[in-house]
Write a protein of this length. Structure first.
Length: 546
């Protein structure tokens, strides 16, 4: 039986997949007035791993209008994480409240209920949701995707055309596979074996709702306290070793043998019973060479997936959904955005992915609680494979307080000296620059821009939308930093020959008397200090005659 789904010609966008990424993207597009269809191969509720959320997802839930429903569902609040990992022989904890006062907790969600809340919300927003509808192929002529084929679970089939195809199909990555975009991450060739237990013991207060992560000889284990007495429990091991163990002992036998070899986790599970599983997922870490193109955009796991160590999956899915909806709407409202904003979407996505990837790589490399083949082989992860990605991560961590999220977790391990020395060197350099650019800076000093620094007009993603802005580009910040018109005009004044006084006078003239000279001078000096510490102004030769 073949048919064409109703209203085929009237859809602005078709979303593949009804998980958190797909339902969020569809909802946000519908709220912007788009006619959206969402095709989901399964019927909800359905089980899915990835129960531990991050506080970064809370504002997205708020924007979607479902935070109150998530709060009312009764999921345990996740205040942080407890780990047996690093250098210390005893478990240690870190808490979101130390770095996020607005959202000091997230949730440990039951995915069948959580995902259904999001999908039902998409329906309420006006999305045409079709469950039990599997996408069987996409038309990728000349790298442009404009239509897809589908088959329903009652045997119907057909095609849909739309201006945009949003691929949120998870690890199926329907568009990415069709276009040959996926690249496996050789540094994270791991396997996960997981199941759900009833009656697992909880950590003592105040950590009883934390995710617990324990390193052991062959890898690490997670224990996530869910609702109604359930816990999500999984092991992460070397992919080849896991396959060999499963072949020898069966999935269930291997899973139980591995759990029995842990220290605290085995005690927490001593009276627990396996209610579902175990299930196997392997070689899951990957990225895509391109995340947006002509008529298509990738969201969530369809674009990339990082090792699950820091529970980043749902966060990346929902974050990319927000950006994807904003990008599509920007293209409709301002066609000149299409190419430039596509590059920004891809840069932002890859930056976020690289951040979690570097954090995971360094955390693997820094564990010293166990000496074994698994951990010794993972220590090479501490060696930078992508120099630019490592430099970007160093910039993010350097200067962060001891309570900063990354510094807090990395401080518990034995970090590679290359990374530690890079962070110390950058912090020392910034401190020296800050000392050298204080209140006594002379107006006769001559600032010069760092080589390659310039101001460009580019799209940025801010306040939930893409918009044109002045962006400061430099070799240290190739992704660019959005700046105010004042900073942009100041940078344009810096030519390596004019003194601060001349720059203040020039900006004051253009301010048309709205600011007095002292206020302009103070603003210029304060901004120059920031730019200098950030490596964007690298020379201040004194020239009293200028």
């Amino acid at each position: 039986m073949t048919e064409v789904m109703s209203l085929t010609d009237n859809y602005d966008a078709v979303v593949i997949g009804g998980g958190p990424g797909g339902s969020s993207a569809a909802t946000l597009l519908a709220k912007r007035g788009w006619r959206v269809a969402l095709l989901e191969r399964e019927r909800f509720p359905r089980q899915h791993v990835g129960e531990s959320l991050l506080p970064a997802s809370m504002p997205v839930l708020e924007e979607l209008g479902v935070l109150d429903k998530v709060e009312a569902a009764g999921f345990p609040k996740k205040w942080g994480a407890t780990m047996l990992w690093g250098r210390e022989p005893e478990p240690w904890s870190w808490y979101f409240s130390e770095t996020n006062r607005t959202y000091p907790h997230a949730y440990q969600v039951w995915r069948p209920t959580f995902d259904k809340i999001l999908l039902d919300n998409a329906r309420t927003a006006g999305v045409h949701v079709h469950e039990g509808c599997q996408v069987t192929g996409v038309d990728c002529g000349a790298d442009q995707v404009s239509s897809l084929s589908y088959r329903t679970d009652d045997g119907a089939s057909g095609t849909i055309e739309a201006e945009w195809i949003v691929d949120a199909s998870g690890q199926s990555a329907i568009v990415g596979r069709a276009l040959g975009l996926r690249r496996w991450d050789e540094r994270f060739r791991n396997m996960a074996v997981f199941g759900y237990f009833g009656g697992s013991a909880r950590l003592p207060e105040p950590d009883n709702s934390n995710i617990f992560i324990e390193s052991y000889e062959d890898g690490w284990v997670w224990n996530i306290p869910l609702w109604k007495g359930l816990s999500s429990v999984g092991i992460v091991v070397d992919s080849a070793q896991g396959a060999s163990g499963i072949a020898e002992y069966s999935v269930d036998g291997y899973f139980r043998r591995q759990l029995d070899s842990t220290s605290l986790s085995s005690k927490m599970l001593s009276s627990a019973r396996l209610t579902d599983g175990p299930h196997v997922v392997k070689d899951w870490s990957y990225t895509s060479t391109q995340t947006v193109g002509e008529g298509w955009i990738l969201v969530g796991d369809a674009a990339c997936f990082v090792d699950p160590l820091f529970s980043s999956g749902v966060h990346l899915a929902m974050m990319s959904a927000v950006m994807a909806a904003a990008y599509l709407d920007a293209c409709r409202n301002d066609p000149s955005m299409r190419g430039p904003a596509a590059r920004v979407y891809q840069e932002l996505y890859h930056t976020e992915y690289s951040h979690f990837r570097e954090l995971a790589a360094l955390f693997y490399a820094s564990n010293r609680t166990v000496e074994s083949y698994f951990w010794e082989s993972r220590r090479i992860l501490g060696e930078p494979e992508d120099d630019e990605a490592r430099k970007s991560f160093v910039r993010a961590v350097a200067g962060q307080s001891a309570r900063g999220y990354e510094r807090a977790v990395l401080s518990k391990g034995a970090l590679p000296e290359e990374f530690s020395s890079s962070v110390r060197a950058l912090e020392s350099e910034r401190q020296e620059k800050a000392k050298g650019f204080g209140a006594n800076t002379a107006l006769e000093d001559v600032p010069a821009l760092a080589r390659g620094a310039t101001v460009d007009r580019r799209p940025i993603f801010a306040e939930g939308q893409f918009q044109w802005s002045d962006v400061l580009i430099s070799p240290q910040r190739p992704e660019g930093v959005a700046v105010s018109p004042f900073v942009a005009s100041l940078v344009c004044e810096i030519d390596g020959s004019r003194s601060v006084r001349r720059i203040v006078e020039s900006i004051g003239v253009r301010a048309s008397g709205q600011l007095d000279e002292d206020s302009v001078a103070q603003a210029v000096l304060s901004t120059l200090k920031i730019l200098t510490v950030d490596g964007l102004v690298d020379k201040r030769a004194r020239n009293p005659r200028v």
